[in-house]
Write a protein that binds this ligand. Sequence first.
Ligand SMILES: Nc1nc2c(ncn2[C@@H]2O[C@H](COP(=O)(O)OP(=O)(O)OP(=O)(O)O)[C@@H](O)[C@H]2O)c(=O)[nH]1
Ligand SMILES: [Zn+2]
Length: 358
Amino acid sequence: MTRDYSRFFPNLSTNTGSEPRSVLDTLGWQPFFAQQISSEEIEGTPPVRVTKVHRSGLHVQGAEGKFVLPPRSDATVGDWIMYNEALPNSSRVLARKSLYQRRAPGTDRQMQLIAANIDTAFIVTSCNQDFNIARLERYIALALEAEVTPVIVLTKADLSDDAGHYVETAETISDRVAVVVLDARGDEPEAKLAPWCKPKQTLAFLGSSGVGKSTLVNTLAGTDVTTQGIREDDSKGRHTTTHRQLHLLKNGCTVLDTPGMRELQITGATSGVSELFEDLTELSTQCKFSDCKHESEPGCRVLAAVARGEVDASRLQRWTKLVAEDRFHSASLQERKSKDKSLGKLVRAEQKRKRNRK
Ligand SMILES: Nc1nc2c(ncn2[C@@H]2O[C@H](COP(=O)(O)OP(=O)(O)OP(=O)(O)O)[C@@H](O)[C@H]2O)c(=O)[nH]1
Ligand SMILES: [Zn+2]
């Protein structure tokens, strides 16, 4: 079957905007990807998106249907691949808009790809005891590191007497991160998340268990998509029930839901942490000592800003902790052995400080 792919190239497009959405559009195909390929390439090796990573192979979907590619470690859920039917191993992974990755546990500690090409990460927490500013900052730093736009979503506003307080606190995190408060059930999500839930956009919902991630996805989808299991054969021919990792919503956006994203550590998130705490990072470059720990050193510009009331002392502590954690997790195993001690020291100092405050 020969398909007309011309409309997937912005410069060749004859799309008037009134045509029904194509399969590629509903999978999140964007000009960013089209720009990387020639029209000959798209005819010979059509683009497909990775919808699920399984030990037995990469499940992909494109205009021609669904396929399974041989397993490979350089592609992950959300990736776009130019599918080479004759030589599947030669299929080309397109450059990514964004990438979540983590350092593997175990000895080799290689970087593992978790999820690619997410546009917006909704960082979900509730207007209750789940709300934790340090955890929100951690998710935001990881999103910034991955080059994904973070948005804070506060659910269960309907169950709280003081939703406004949670909004105000969340808004102190960063001027650049939007905060949305809602009831995850009903009509609110569609209207309030509309600025980010546009056709061809890929979204992710992150946060602790029970905060309303599935509720939000199902509300936006208009149907229960998150609990639908799919029976399929695993590599041994057994039937197993697995869950989709890529959901297609009715308004044309795609939701990526992969287990790896729920247990993200701060690893290699140095630039995400610096971006979120831009003011502190900038101040710290002006401290008298280049290795200043901003504890009690003379000439510390960060402590001076705290003393002047320009920087919140607890925010400084959260930043120091994230920087230490990032260094620890990003270090090699050898470096870690010696750093284990210093992180332990940091944690003990923090505990002591808390005790003294009481
Ligand atoms: N009243 C109210 N209930 C909510 C809201 N959001 C979620 N819930 C309820 O909270 C419970 C947990 O919601 P889920 O959507 O399953 O939470 P989750 O984040 O997907 O949880 P995991 O699947 O464990 O990660 C469900 O009973 C929801 O109906 C909300 O905004 N208001
Ligand atoms: Zn300092």
